[in-house]
Ligand binder design. Structure first.
Ligand code: ZN
Length: 367
């Protein structure tokens, strides 16, 4: 309250330097405790109006519990993003519901995970009885919900990658971010740098204040007025100059997390942990941690502070991966490694050419 009972303004006595309590002060915040389990199969069918996945939970189809270490937050984030990439690929011929079920069988059941885990691990749990039916019922999820959650995560991850790119003067991903996928539409946050200032008269009132809608209106305007376009592939104004704003847009897209006490099965101790109900909660939390550990934008590219462990997109095929070191830019696929070698050789020849030219200069200067 900045006002007292008399209505006079009271300046805040808060010390701004202590407003942020770091992990050191609080300790342990940011742990992520979750309980993975997998169903062996699902049946896809309608539940009333909604197209849903029904897990199979009966003798012969016992759910299995992967070791905690085998399903990491980073692994889930990367594999969900790559699942989205495949679903969104115009060349992909496998229906997305099949891909989703395959993902769930290979990784973990996606929704209501803590609650169902509790049911499945009850001492009295009986796979032949009503318990199994109940757990299966509590695990049903709508394919549309999965697609919606996946799309939000994927487009935000791409936005994050593009934002990382502009810090190291690699603007390709940012320039191409707003594109129409097969199912997921890229975020339009970089569109305003393609020449918004040359069209002050666009009416954006129908956007109703929605930033995304406004950007879409601008993008539509540009499509219909190609004569006002800058050369293709180049921004008119520098997105990096507006980095703070862009970063805020990224932050706004990350959902809030509830923290609560949970028992860590590894240590058997009570710890503060984010409340996770779905694999998307886990992925968002992992992404949020990744972003919160980022160095300041001006230190990106040069700092070796967090060389490893951040998610990047392969520069050749676009697949998501967690990089092993600060230099890694390509995934391990043979084609991508070939592309990397070719690029390195081009670089090498380029540097050699420059060196030769410099030597020649020196020699001519001497004679
Ligand atoms: Zn690759």
């Amino acid at each position: 309250m900045p006002y007292n009972w008399n209505g006079d303004f009271i300046p805040s006595k808060a010390d701004k330097s202590t407003d942020i309590l770091g992990q050191k002060e609080i300790g342990g915040v940011g742990q992520l405790i979750y309980h993975p389990f997998r169903y062996r199969d699902y049946i896809l069918t309608n539940d009333r109006e909604e197209y849903c996945a029904f897990p199979v939970c009966r003798p012969g189809y016992e759910p299995d519990f992967p070791a905690n270490d085998s399903v990491s937050g980073k692994g889930l984030l990367v594999s969900l993003c790559n699942l989205a990439r495949q679903i969104d690929d115009w060349d992909n011929k496998i229906p997305y519901d099949q891909l989703i079920i395959q993902w769930c069988k290979e990784n973990m059941h996606p929704y209501n995970i803590d609650f169902v885990y509790g049911e499945l691990t009850e001492d009295s749990f009986d796979i032949t009885g009503y318990d199994a039916e109940l757990a299966a019922r509590d695990s049903i999820f709508a394919i549309n919900d999965f697609m919606k959650d996946l799309g939000a995560l994927y487009t935000t991850a791409l936005f994050y990658e593009a934002l990382e790119g502009i810090c190291v003067a690699n603007e390709d991903a940012a320039y191409d971010l707003y594109r129409e996928g097969k199912y997921f539409e890229g975020l339009p946050f970089f569109e305003s740098f393609k020449g918004i200032h040359s069209m002050p008269d666009v009416d954006v009132s129908q956007a109703g204040g929605s930033l995304v809608k406004e950007m879409q209106i601008y993008a539509e305007y540009r499509k219909s007025h190609p004569e006002e376009q800058p050369p293709d592939g180049q921004f008119v104004t520098e997105p990096y100059d507006d980095y703070g704003n862009l970063l805020n847009k990224l932050i706004e897209r990350i959902p809030d997390f509830n923290m609560r006490l949970k028992i860590n099965p590894k240590t058997n101790r009570i710890e503060f942990s984010a409340d996770v109900n779905s694999v998307f909660d886990i992925a968002w939390f992992t992404l949020a941690r990744m972003i919160s550990e980022d160095p300041a934008p001006e230190n990106k590219g040069k700092s070796e502070d967090r060389a490893e462990d951040i998610m990047i997109c392969c520069r050749h095929c676009g697949a998501f991966l967690i990089r092993r070191n600060g230099r890694q830019e390509y995934c391990d696929k043979p084609d991508c490694q070939k592309a990397r070698n070719a690029k390195n050789q081009r670089e090498f020849r380029r540097r050699k050419r420059i060196k030769n030219a410099q030597n020649q200069k020196k020699n001519t200067a001497k004679t």
